[in-house]
Design a binder for this molecule. Sequence first.
Ligand code: GDP
Length: 463
Amino acid sequence: GQLLTEEQAEEIAMMFNALIEIVEETIDPKVKETKSEKIDPEDVLKERWKNLYEENEDKLIERAPVVTIMGHVDHGKTTLLDNIRNTKVAEKEAGGITQSIGAYQVNYEGKKITFIDTPGHEAFTEMRARGAQATDIVVLIIAADDGVMPQTIEAYNHAKNANVPIIVAINKIDKPNANIDLTKQQMVAKLNLIPEDWGGDTITVPISAKAGQGIDELLEMILLVAEMQEIRCYPEGLARGVIIESKLDKFLGPVATTIIKDGKLKVGDYFVAGSTFGKVRRMIDPNGKNVKVAGPSDPVQILGFEEVPDMHSILYGVKTLHEAKDYVEKKKALEEKVVQKRHIRLEDALKMMQEEGEQKTLNIILKADTFGSLEALKNAIAKLENPEIELQVIHGGIGAITKSDVMLATASNAVILGFRVKADSGAVKYAEHENIQIKRYDIIFNLIDDLKKALQGMLEPEE
Ligand code: GDP
């Protein structure tokens, strides 16, 4: 072959640069076009609501609190929900068996409280991951004969990460082996929650869900916390709500229970939710009665969806059928080009943190085989310092990595580190779907070493 002279090479380079410039110019407007196509109509609605709130601060009014009861299995969630429902719901259909719609509402001393009766922090966290937080207050139930257990810690971390105020109900105090003091000691030691009567700020109510003891006090405390939180809503106009349950009913077709957060939803209204739309054909309240209008904090089962909406999506009332259809069209177009959400990976942590506007905290979910190893790991992680990244163990627990851990990771953009524990198959599948990184270790040194390398941007990506 022939070598180019310096001049020739320069000439070619110049032509090439010019060519690149031309190509870039022609591509540029197109890039912009595809970007504008990608606007999510749901984001538009979200933005509209944000503005509505900002511009009408003076019109916002108090709304009833929505409460979720969480805790370890068998500590009494269902019994408590049943007790409150049976003793405090005044209006019951005569002789009728009311079917649960996933939430109910009580009227206590002239004030309403809405309870979500699908216990489980997975649903809670999934809602948050979708930006649809339904819960205003969490009641963390701890059985006084069993104390703080793994799922108590898990539930607590889910609530804490969602920034939802927590009231502790110490349950089963009727049992001879109930030990309230020991339970409180464990609250302090394992949850870092100090009961009010011990000088802390965690409202703690001893109850017996079975005997109905302490329930009034608990409801009073819920109302008190609600008042302090200033839970507010925009009461007029089109509705906004959170879907807490949805299904295809054999007889009724697609149905979904929504807790209205703002505005009013009326029979005949058009609405959108997730990637579907509908027109309210019928609304059923938790007592099985048909209602024509539902307002803030009211749970209602809605009939009239085109398709079963995604669980935990947000329902927005819209003015016209045209608007609803336009929304769905845009949503469907968007779904076709869905890009997987970018979640943090250990090896990219430094790069991501250095980017403008990205988070500066590397959130970690840590699962270990024993309390001892969990504590040791937490201490070792706390010692890893870095000016650019803050490491935060947002949840530490004992036992296998579960789907619930992955949900929390999705909601908080965390990586999951397992030490001498497996990830169950549900967790693995969900993590793949949500693009969440799970790393497992059998040697403490390796785990810490990987974190160190990640902080320096020197961790090699996995195969
Ligand atoms: P969940 O798994 O948290 O929903 O717990 P459950 O409500 O199903 O309660 C588990 C068991 O504890 C059931 O047998 C209840 O009857 C019992 N239980 C719940 N609350 C109390 C209580 O206050 N006192 C006593 N003695 N037993 C209770």
